[in-house]
Design a binder for this molecule. Structure first.
Ligand code: NAD
Length: 476
């Protein structure tokens, strides 16, 4: 029975839920505590009480703790990566890679603690100096999705702690094992009681309480647009700082002059790896008509060679869908696509394997146009559509014709088109000759339109959200 961590104590839940392996529904990973509203408020109170001492603590102390967390994550990357794959369903290579990324993020922010700097200005008035400093925002509530169970928590928790904030961490209900393991590592690092709290539980209880409790000064949320909207409305109504990372409907443009192999590799990697369950997944493949026939032929060959199976098997390329609810959503979009007149070119089959799991083969639709629901709504599964266009201009218009704006890619050998695309794609991330998914951890991450709201996450840009700015005037 795995407990929550509140006010420096491992705390029994008011209830427990089973964590089920989506590759093998008979495999129960463990029972995880569920907090209620009272326990969530206790966690917020403890974060509030611990805040001053932590934000005033010597930089070396905070830096050492974050560095130690990073090292411990890295030293356990194999074991934690396998656990991640077991609970979320991405392949072992993807799971281990995600854990390593989380370790690097903590080490990055361990060093970033020491790079906090202010600014100095001469005044417009005589005899006055102006200095700019940054300080912690306060108690930070972190509300997380299930699809990256350790790297997204890492890229919120590490900067929050680095800049002297105290934390109430609410993971998604589907992935408590990695949240619990990460908490154990943070506790072992010697973090003072109350500074970091883990509250597993329902969005409607724990998440809603974090959003509405006036002692929470800032909320960083990653998840769906519909939940993000609710979180933002509550947070803004009580003037709390808020940052949202949400969905995507990311386009990958393939132009006639593209290297075909590269184009299909980018499309396969971007659309189907991690079972397509990435906010940066390429779900719209926008292909000019000179390369279209060769592109879809090669896509079919490569898709057919992908093995969908248990996430921990060596030969598996595509793991299972995370749970039954998401599987039903994926299957319903396959039906929606067909009913809209799209042709299911390959895949999209529910398949049986040695173990009973949520296995769905990667699906590719052709004969689609951008107004179809399958091209406008986020599916969040291993499903992509090809949209045939005449030229680059049409491709760019279609790429931008979406309520989302997270990541956008182009595969081309034309410097002119690549340069134009980087300037004019309405997205927070532009990728040239690379998949739309796959980003570095030391540079900003985020999107435009309904994909993101508020300051960027990650790298040095993270300080915009996790600090507040003070301007001090001194007369001599
Ligand atoms: P979700 O919106 O269902 O849940 C996200 C979190 O919000 C969970 O912890 C959930 O318990 C909590 N929650 C639910 N109701 C709440 C409420 N009323 N108040 C406060 N919190 C509440 O999203 P999900 O299904 O876990 O994740 C998938 C979504 O996340 C997709 O839309 C995906 O695109 C998005 N995502 C975005 C990024 C990004 O960085 N842009 C990264 C990963 C995932």
């Amino acid at each position: 029975m795995k407990k929550n961590y509140i006010a420096g104590n491992w705390t029994e839940g008011v209830d427990y839920i089973n964590n089920i392996n989506p590759s093998d529904l008979s495999d129960v990973i463990g029972q995880f505590a569920q907090a209620d509203i009272n326990q969530t408020n206790m966690a917020i109170d403890s974060a509030s009480a611990a805040l001053k001492e932590w934000s005033d603590s010597p930089l070396q102390f905070r830096s050492d703790i974050l560095d130690k967390v990073g090292n411990n994550i890295l030293s356990r990357s194999q074991e934690l990566g396998m656990l991640l794959s077991r609970e979320e369903g991405k392949t072992a290579a993807e799971g281990i890679g995600e854990v390593i990324r989380a370790g690097h993020i903590f080490k990055f922010f361990g060093a970033e603690v020491l790079r906090q700097k202010g600014d100095f200005f001469n005044s417009t008035r005589p005899g006055i100096d102006v200095s700019i400093s940054r300080s912690a925002v306060g108690v930070v509530g972190l509300i997380l999705p299930w699809n990256f169970p350790i790297s997204i928590p890492a890229w919120k928790i590490a900067p929050a702690l680095a800049f002297g904030n105290s934390v109430v961490f609410k993971p998604a209900q589907l992935v408590p094992a990695l949240a619990h393991a990460l908490t154990e590592i943070i506790v072992e690092s010697g973090i003072p009681p109350g500074v970091f709290n883990l509250v597993m539980g329902k969005g409607a209880d724990v998440g809603d309480t974090i959003t509405n409790n006036h002692k929470v000064n800032a909320i960083s949320f990653t998840g769906s647009v519909s939940t993000g909207r609710k979180v933002a409305q509550s947070a803004v109504s009580r003037m709390a700082k808020v940052q949202l990372e949400m969905g995507g409907k990311n386009p990958l443009i393939v132009l006639d002059d593209a290297d075909l192999d590269r184009a299909t590799d980018c499309a396969i990697q971007g659309a189907f790896y991690s079972t397509g369950q990435r906010c940066t997944a390429s779900s719209r493949l926008i292909v000019t008509d000179g390369i279209y026939s060769k592109f879809i032929k090669q896509m079919k060959e490569k898709i057919t060679n992908l093995r969908t199976d248990h996430a921990l098997k060596k030969e598996t390329d595509i793991g299972p869908v995370v749970d039954q609810r998401q599987l039903e959503q994926d299957l319903s979009y396959i039906e929606i696509g067909k009913s809209e007149g799209a042709s299911l070119f390959c895949g999209g089959e529910r398949v049986a394997r040695e173990t009973e799991g949520n296995f769905l083969t990667p699906a590719l639709f052709i004969d689609t146009h951008n107004n179809m629901r399958i091209n406008q709504e986020e599916i969040f599964g291993p499903i992509a559509s090809v949209i045939k266009v005449k030229n680059y201009d049409e491709a760019l218009n279609i790429a931008n014709d979406t309520e989302f704006g997270l990541s956008a890619g182009i595969v081309t050998n034309s410097l002119k088109h690549a340069t134009h695309f980087k300037r004019h794609s309405q997205s927070g991330i532009a990728q040239v000759n690379l998949p739309t998914a796959g980003v570095d951890y030391h540079v900003p991450f985020g999107g435009t339109k309904s994909s993101s709201y508020g300051a960027r996450e990650q790298g040095q840009y993270a300080k915009e959200f996790y600090t507040t700015v003070k301007t001090s005037y001194t007369a001599s």
